[in-house]
Design a protein around this ligand. Structure first.
Ligand code: HEM
Length: 256
């Protein structure tokens, strides 16, 4: 009911947007554990895995609010396009249309990024990394999320996609936060000047936090654990040996 009126839609957009914003902040906090080393990040990933009764409902909630947010965003865009401006309001409407078009574009770029990101790190359906390692964590064999992330970002193109996606996220969040403040009427106060600066500053800080990770990998400040480097060297040696070893079937064929 609420989402059928224009004010209701804006309100639902704002509330779902706040939900997604909280996820983005929480996810960043978890990801920054990578700077505390492989064990810290892997232990965090394991803790989440060991709480399916919390994680699965949370995933369903996030997915639902993501879908509602996208649907209402598309509706808002359609509504803006269909509005026939009269001469007096033309300039204002064009500005609003520019903002929503820009939000639609950055929003769709974020959607594409999230699909790629899930295929890469959650479903392991697209490389890199080609191979997901496991590691020993206090006697337990666990997925080596640290190695997965570092290996993923060692490919320049993948890091470039992540960095570009964060720029789109920063642009989207920056405008979205100001929009939420407007929806709740906070920009109509004498603090308007300050409030309008909050969105761009918070968005820049969050996206900078995410961008530091691929940058730290590319600059060699986040490296693979020694044990993984040794394991990779061993695997490479084995592959090379198989390549140079004469093919027994072929030799038998030559002798006959
Ligand atoms: C440097 C940037 C990022 C890194 C290193 C990163 C890392 C990860 C990793 C490792 C996972 C998989 C966790 C697992 O299944 O064990 C994951 C899942 C996910 N990431 Fe990111 N992420 C980044 C940025 C983002 C951004 C910007 C968004 C959203 C705009 C995002 C949304 C998600 C979502 C929705 C999931 C699935 C969560 C779940 O399965 O419960 N990530 N991320």
């Amino acid at each position: 009911m609420l989402a059928t009126t224009s004010v209701g839609r804006k309100l639902v957009m704002a509330v779902t947007g706040i939900g997604l914003f909280l996820f983005v902040v929480g996810h960043l906090a978890g990801n920054l554990l990578i700077y505390a080393g492989p064990d810290a990040l892997n232990a965090y990933a394991l803790k989440l895995k060991e709480m399916p009764y919390v994680v699965w409902p949370a995933r369903l909630v996030i997915l639902s609010i993501f879908l509602v947010h996208i649907y209402l965003g598309l509706e808002l865009y359609r509504q803006n396009r269909e509005a026939r401006p009269d001469k007096y309001f033309q300039e204002e409407t064009l500005r609003a249309d520019f903002a929503s078009r820009h939000m639609l574009f950055t929003g769709l770029m974020i959607l594409l990024f999230v699909v790629y990101h899930l295929l890469q790190f959650t479903f392991h359906a697209v490389p890199p990394p080609e191979h997901i390692y496991t590691t020993d964590l206090k006697g337990k064999e666990v997925t080596d999320v640290y190695t997965m992330v570092v290996q993923g970002f060692q490919t320049g193109g993948v890091s470039a996609i992540y960095i570009l996606a964060q720029v789109f996220l920063a642009l989207h969040l920056s405008h979205a936060m100001t929009s939420v403040f407007e929806t709740f009427g906070w920009t109509a106060t004498r603090f308007r000047g300050y409030i309008e600066k909050v969105g761009p500053i918070v968005a820049t800080v969050i996206c900078f936090g995410y961008i530091t990770i691929p940058l730290a990998v590319l600059t060699g400040n986040l490296r693979l654990p020694d044990s993984v480097i040794e394991q990779q060297a061993l695997e490479e040696m084995e592959t090379n040996m198989i390549d140079v070893m004469p093919d027994p079937a072929g030799r038998r064929g030559d002798q006959s």
